[in-house]
Design a protein. Structure first.
Length: 129
């Protein structure tokens, strides 16, 4: 079992610094999430645009380059989101260990929803008709 560490009550200045640090971690996670959303949506858009543009073409199934590029962008967005979530979790754990408490991470909830949509887009792209 982990030994519970007693943290002294923080003075007002330290509490405000703690809050600013936690909010900076949240803003960083939100920035990574926005970047991931951009990658995922751009990759899916490239994929769908090429699917529509090549709809009647005989070369539609042989043209893997742009489809693979769209798929790679969606994968890159998902990988970026996972790396950002791991880094965010490590930062929050360090902050909690140092000063106590566990702030609610709403940005991680939003990132999880984006990851779910990214996975759905990826599945759709992999199992296209």
């Amino acid at each position: 079992m982990h030994k519970q560490v007693e943290h002294p009550e923080l003075d007002k200045s330290t509490k405000l610094a703690y809050d600013r640090t936690w909010l900076a971690y949240e803003r960083t996670m939100n920035a990574w999430t926005r970047t991931s959303v951009s990658l995922i949506t751009f990759g899916f858009s490239v994929y769908k645009f090429l699917a529509v543009a090549n709809a009647g073409s005989a070369n539609a199934r042989r043209s893997l380059g742009p489809h693979v590029f769209g798929l790679a962008l969606v994968l890159l967005g998902l990988i970026t989101l996972v790396i950002a979530a791991v880094e965010h979790g490590q930062s929050i754990r360090l902050l909690s260990r140092e000063y106590g408490g566990k702030p609610r991470a709403m940005s991680v909830i939003f990132a999880s929803l984006v990851a779910l949509l990214g996975i759905l887009a990826l599945v759709f792209m992999l199992y296209r008709p």
